[in-house]
Design a protein around this ligand. Sequence first.
Ligand code: ADP
Ligand code: ASP
Ligand code: MG
Length: 403
Amino acid sequence: MLIVQKFGGSSVANAERIRNVAGIIAENYSFGHDMVVVLSAQGDTTDELLDKAAELNAAPSQRELDMLLATGEQQSIALMAMCLEAMGLPAVSLTGWQAGIRTNADHGLARIRRVDPERLRRELDKKQIVLVAGFQGVNKFDDYTTLGRGGSDTTAVALAAALHADRCQIFTDVEGVYTADPRKVPGARKLEEITYDEMLELASMGAQVLMNRSVQMAKRYGVELEVLSSLVRAPGTKVKEVTRTMEEMKITGIAKDENVARLTAADVADKPGVAFRLLHTLSKAGVNVDMIIQANGKDGANDISFVVAQDHAGKAYDALMARRDAIGFDHISMDENIAKVSVVGAGMMSSSNIAAEVFEAFSDEHINIQMITTSEIKISCVIDAASADRAVKAIHRRLFETA
Ligand code: ADP
Ligand code: ASP
Ligand code: MG
């Protein structure tokens, strides 16, 4: 059996944790399995590297940033190889490059184009435990790229797909996927299983337990995932196409995203084509727009508000201001103190009272909703950031904790 395992930053944070993970790898290897293990950078290493860069350059080039960030994962794989060596086990560490992970040239947010698995296969044939640096690849110029925060999950799924692995296990610091972040909501329940679609929504709406792109890739290539703890031995959560409990589960979970900002274009002319020009400008600047609301003001002028990822807010502002007259608005206001709270579930729309309960929970907590969007599978509300944790807890209590 070929197993791909991925261990996140907290699972390899120090020597003791590395030994613990080495024990898990060794046990599986002793059963005769072929082992490919993807590792993240230790603990907060990636953030620390970003801080170091910022000390020297407020806006470093993405190429050099990727060169720096890629070193975090390389430390982990080398240290793990040494630990396994010390246990008398054959192990070899490979960078993303050596593992054949080829990406496009989009530094900082690169997409995996293909995996050339020859080297991996050769090492596996030699019965080596193969340790691969997560989160990184190499582009056609042979420069290092990184896949975006949380990208080691995507590395693991890409390798599992390319090698037709029998199992893909994502080990982390919680026991699986829960109905809400178990660190913030004590009453959160572990899910035995969840569909790709629901997991994709939860991940895209801010549940960082899996990177959304890894879930997308898992769905596309039919890679079944298991999310489980590296510290506690317990069955985790299966992420798959269809789940047994699908009919009964109306709501799967609640997610919060604080990495959002609201921009409002004020006094937009009430004429056809304005919304198009505004959104076209944003799309050309590479900004993804999430929720959009148009409010009718007096005197034939409107306000158009929309939500973008916080790290895109500056770029969005600059792009719009550069075309202010062409688009036709007065000014842009920006609010970064917001959060998006989303309730996700495949059976949601067949049950009209869920939306009502969500809004009642906000109302009971006296939390003002600034924007709302709904779809077949989710309800999202924008509220002020300071109330977000309270909101998630209140909705969770209402939807999951009352029998
Ligand atoms: P890793 O370093 O292993 O990749 P992450 O920090 O990226 O770990 O993801 C795990 C964290 O995701 C957990 O510690 C938990 O706080 C958070 N999380 C958010 N939402 C959920 C959820 N619905 N289920 C489980 N964990 C969640
Ligand atoms: N080390 C990277 C990050 O912190 C990638 C990962 O952990 O998946 O985002
Ligand atoms: Mg992660």
